[in-house]
Design a protein around this ligand. Structure first.
Ligand code: HEC
Length: 391
């Protein structure tokens, strides 16, 4: 179980003019183009910035080549074009531009504009990592961790994660925490794991905050169950607009877990989540399953029946096109469980939704279930959960 680090931080732009470092190659006019481009970029004049970067890039300026590549990659000021991105990144990378090297590595990992090639990715990441680039170090660590493009080597993974984490890379910090949870390359040590998870979450990455909340909520991945802590981290992610965190926080107010029970707060967070299309929140509001509405008359019966029918279908049939097997084959047609697969009938719907989510994200380590549940949409999960609860 691990969290992969494979994406460059969005919008990451280094607009530092490094002309001084490559003075022999640069004329004053060139430096002017590069600086102009930075100003234009900061003013969100992307078309102008792309043109200015192109001028400098065509004359061999490596930071400009990187920037132009990034603009092609994101489709800013130019038509998005991975081929062009790759070509400009490569020019800059060959001039030892670390940002271009890591970007190139990531394109090889993702197979963007080029055939996926982990060995090539590792080679570019290593160059940038050796120059001290934290994102490259984090990604190189992940390649060693996963054994992609390089022989799996936890000691190497640990060492690169540490280098990146010591520079404050939030995703490396999470992965480092996972090394401690799994005892990979280090002795298993939950306290150390939590320490790194918290360090990462404290940087304000909503996804990491959400996941730390999930860990405390279920008492998993090396942290003791603690609803107060769960609510604390959910709130952070919820305030940053993460819909699942908003739903979970609403749920905690609804049930009075980790917070004082408060219907108004529960409603507030459910509505926020629902407005972002969070299906559990929408259903919770619509079905009035919580104690928020006492009037049973208001339950939309048709909507309930529709959801239950949908859930039953999902549970019983396999969906070959999406590679989702029939849940009934393992859990039994009546959902009463068999050999290893647990009883599901009658379990709380919100609990089931949460379990499916945890297993999909691999925060609940279940080898059998992981492959099955990653393809489920949230709506599928809610429908199945409502159906199971009703049985
Ligand atoms: C190949 C067999 C298999 C299939 C198919 C399967 N499951 Fe499971 N499921 C398991 C096993 C085994 C566990 C127990 C895993 C564990 O506890 O780590 C489990 C656990 C669960 C749990 C957690 C139950 C709890 O009490 O915490 C839920 C929920 C669940 N499965 C739902 C589903 C749904 C929904 C589907 C269909 C989309 C499905 N499963 C398909 C084998 C399977």
């Amino acid at each position: 179980m691990r969290i992969e680090v494979i994406h460059p931080k969005d919008g990451m732009k280094y607009l530092i003019c490094v002309m001084a470092l490559v003075a022999s190659m640069c004329s004053a006019a060139l430096a002017g183009d590069f600086e102009d481009a930075g100003t234009l970029f900061n003013n969100k004049n992307y078309i102008g910035a792309a043109e200015a970067y192109r001028k400098a890039a065509e004359q061999g300026n490596a930071p400009a080549q990187y920037q132009l590549g990034a603009m092609y990659y994101h489709g800013q000021g130019v038509q998005k074009d991975y081929g062009e991105a790759l070509s400009w990144y490569r020019k800059a990378a060959n001039q030892e531009n670390a940002l271009a090297q890591v970007s190139l590595g990531i394109m090889y990992i993702n197979g963007q504009g080029v055939k996926q090639d982990y060995a090539q990715a590792v080679s570019w990441l290593r160059k940038a990592a050796n120059q001290g680039n934290a994102m490259a170090q984090a990604n190189l660590g992940a390649m060693y961790d996963n054994g992609q493009g390089v022989k799996q080597d936890y000691a190497q993974a640990l060492s690169w994660y540490l280098k990146a984490a010591n520079q404050g890379d939030d995703l490396a910090e999470v992965n480092l925490g996972m090394m401690y949870v799994n005892g990979h390359g280090v002795a298993e040590a939950n306290q150390d794991a939590v320490l790194w998870f918290r360090k990462s979450a404290e940087q304000g990455n909503a996804l990491v905050e959400l996941n730390l909340g999930l860990m405390y909520d279920k008492g998993q991945v090396g942290v003791p169950q603690d609803y107060v802590q769960a609510a604390y981290w959910y709130r952070k992610a919820a305030e940053e607009g993460n819909p699942l965190a908003q739903f979970n926080l609403g749920f905690m107010y609804d049930k009075g877990e980790g917070v004082t029970q408060d219907n108004q707060q529960a409603l507030f967070w459910y509505r926020k989540a629902a407005a972002q299309g969070n299906a559990p929140a929408q259903y919770t509001l619509a079905l009035a399953k919580s104690n928020l509405q006492s009037d049973a008359q208001e339950r939309p019966v048709a909507a309930i029946n529709e959801v239950l029918a949908e859930g039953r279908l999902q549970f019983e049939r396999s969906d070959i096109s999406r590679n989702i097997p029939s849940c009934a084959t393992c859990h039994g047609a009546d959902a009463r469980g068999r050999t290893n697969a647990p009883l599901l009938a009658g379990q709380n719907a919100a609990y089931i939704v949460k379990q499916l989510n945890l297993m999909a994200k691999q925060f609940r380590n279940s080898r059998t279930m992981h492959g099955t549940v990653t393809e489920l949409t949230r709506q599928d999960a809610v429908a199945i959960a409502e159906y199971l609860q009703s049985k």
